[in-house]
Design a protein around this ligand. Structure first.
Ligand SMILES: *Cc1c(COP(=O)(O)O)cnc(C)c1O
Length: 225
């Protein structure tokens, strides 16, 4: 893989309104530095330990995004080093992020993960749960959390039309929330959807953030736990 070329190709084909998150999980630091040297600064990881280690070892102007499922007991490790958490999928996690952020006197940017796939393996809120959360008055208590949008993963399927409908449904929900009055610490700015296999569809359906691993770095060498 020529990482420099891949980064530049994405720069050309992705609209300016859409942020490219280079998903560097399992990739060694040298490969991340190749993307860095091509001018890229936004990287995504899905394991807390790995993100923390890479943050310590690599240039400090990198923005690290946590993209995978986050366990509550790892929150305190991630808060000091992360610029955006994509996969916030429960009120328990919001509560813990708020607690740790408050202790560290900081505010953490979060995307709420919405369950849109027809699979039972993916994490996330349902549309109804999120609607209820925003009208519950609960969000207002989490003053050290800043919700900046939503994240979703489509079903892993060859059926492009199904993927499109799932992304479209999420975009419609995102837009409907924009119309409502949300808690002061929640706004609908970013919509994180699209990976190597489905980012073209995601962009067509209104993604503002795509998370791309293999299409930049090539295949991952060891299995993800
Ligand atoms: C690994 C991962 C990606 C990137 O997947 P690719 O298919 O390699 O682009 C995107 N989002 C999440 C949540 C991931 O875990």
């Amino acid at each position: 893989m020529n990482i420099n070329n891949n980064i530049n190709n994405f720069r050309q084909k992705v609209p300016h309104s859409c942020t490219l998150v280079a998903v560097s999980k399992t990739q060694p630091n040298e490969k991340i530095l190749e993307a860095y040297d091509a001018g890229h600064r936004t990287f995504g990881e899905n394991k807390v330990q790995e993100l923390v280690q890479k943050h310590a070892a690599l240039p400090k102007d990198i923005e690290w995004h946590m993209i995978g499922h986050l366990q509550t007991n790892k929150v305190k490790l991630i808060v000091p080093v992360v610029s955006l958490i994509h996969g916030v999928d429960s009120t328990r996690l919001l509560e813990e992020i708020n607690k740790q952020a408050r202790k560290m006197n900081t505010t953490v940017n979060c995307l709420l993960q919405v369950f849109i796939a027809k699979e039972d393996t993916k994490f996330g809120f349902s549309f109804d749960e999120l609607t209820a959360l925003f009208s519950s008055g609960q969000m207002e208590n989490w003053t050290n959390v800043r919700v900046v949008g939503l994240m979703g993963m489509a079903t892993l399927t060859e059926d492009r039309e199904q993927i499109r409908q799932e992304f479209r449904g999420l975009k419609r929900f995102f837009d409907s929330l924009k119309e409502r009055s949300l808690p002061p610490n929640a706004r609908m700015k970013e919509l994180s959807m699209g990976m190597s296999g489905d980012y073209e569809i995601a962009i067509e359906e209104g993604s503002t953030m795509i998370r791309i691993g293999t299409a930049i770095f090539g295949s991952r060498n060891y299995p993800e736990g």
